[in-house]
Design a protein around this ligand. Structure first.
Ligand SMILES: C[S@@+](CC[C@H](N)C(=O)[O-])C[C@H]1O[C@@H](n2cnc3c(N)ncnc32)[C@H](O)[C@@H]1O
Length: 325
């Protein structure tokens, strides 16, 4: 068997390394292993890396790193929402999350993430649970429209949901290109604009993989796991996720407003102190890797304040519940 081939180029790699600033022997959790670009760079700098990914197909890349770094690399399959329990009792100095799909996932038509290639309408990173086809063929029209609006910020969500329901009554929708064409027919295609299916595919992917719940759980897990001085770096690829990370780090954005009729309460105890402001890819990286265009890195250092219980209020997590208008 040959070496596993990776089509994935790590995004904001040197900026992530700067944000984590790992010392020799530091223990870092890479919650989104993918093709292992971050993990390899961290291991090369002498960090001890625990890598996590819920996609079973990354195992071949993980095996290569285990061979190259037998003393300072370990892989565990699982969701990053459980990163604190997966990390065990040993001290952790840093956590990194590079949220979203990898190029391998996008490029493999049979995974069903891409509206550019014909494949089964799947989109399950872990290959378990409900697929995108299950959602598209079973949700009520109003639920479909709400999902596409909430998770894809698609203003034409109602027209798209109507077209999907009309199409599936003739034939269940099971192919990515078939769905892309239904959407294109429903809302048209403007020259120079992103493909009309972009937002709907994003919404379905987020729903299938429970991406917002995973992100929120992982942020609070990192808060529990990291001691004072520990670092958390998060790379996101769209504004809905970036807003959650931004508000999570800055508690002045999530604290309940104080009533002017009540006595002044104590100032908010900050759990995180920013490493630096949000970072975007530079021109050199954008030339090499257009996927980096939408990436934003936020990073912060854990303070001595006690970890909070999970609380989504104020984080701006988009809501979608079946049967709720
Ligand atoms: C953008 S890629 C990471 C690329 C990696 N940083 C690199 O340099 O190769 C994101 C990876 O995170 C994984 N992933 C996404 N959500 C996850 C979750 N909730 N739990 C565990 N892994 C997840 C995906 O399966 C994918 O392999």
């Amino acid at each position: 068997m040959g070496e596993p081939q990776s089509s994935h180029e790590s995004v904001l790699l040197s900026e992530v390394l700067d944000a984590l600033a790992p010392l020799e022997g530091a223990r870092i959790v890479d919650g989104t292993f993918g093709a292992g670009g971050y993990s390899r760079a961290l291991a090369e700098r002498g960090a001890r890396v625990l890598a996590i990914d819920r996609d079973p197909t990354v195992i071949a890349f993980a095996e290569r790193l285990t061979t190259d770094f037998p003393d300072n690399f370990t892989f565990v399959a699982g969701p990053f929402s459980e990163l604190d329990s997966l990390a065990g009792d040993e001290h952790v100095d840093g956590v990194v999350l590079d949220i979203g799909v990898s190029s391998m996932q996008l490029d493999q038509a049979e995974r069903g993430f891409s509206f550019m290639r014909s494949g089964p309408l799947d989109m399950r990173m872990s290959r378990e649970g409900e697929s995108a086809a299950d959602l598209v063929n079973s949700l009520a029209e109003a639920d479909l429209a709400n999902l596409i609006f909430a998770f894809g910020e698609e203003r034409a969500s109602r027209r798209i949901a109507k077209a999907i329901v009309a199409a599936r009554t003739i034939d269940p929708i099971g192919d990515t290109l078939v769905l892309a064409r239904i959407i294109e027919k429903a809302i048209g295609r403007k020259p120079g604009a992103p493909h009309p299916a972009t937002r709907t595919f994003q919404a379905l992917r987020i729903a299938v993989n429970g991406e917002f719940d995973e992100l929120v759980a992982a942020l609070f897990a990192a808060e529990r796991l990291l001691p004072a001085g520990g670092r958390l770096a998060v790379v996101t690829f769209h504004s809905l996720e970036d807003r959650i990370v931004k508000r999570f780090f800055d508690q002045t954005k999530t604290a309940a407003p104080q009533s002017r009729h009540l006595p002044q309460s104590a100032p908010v105890e900050m759990r995180w102190s920013p490493v630096r402001k949000a970072v975007k890819a530079g021109v050199g990286e954008l030339d090499r890797n257009p996927r980096a265009r939408s990436a934003t890195l936020r990073s912060a250092i854990r303070t001595t304040a006690m970890a909070r219980p999970i609380e989504t209020a104020g984080l701006g997590v988009p809501g979608f519940r079946r049967g709720v208008a």
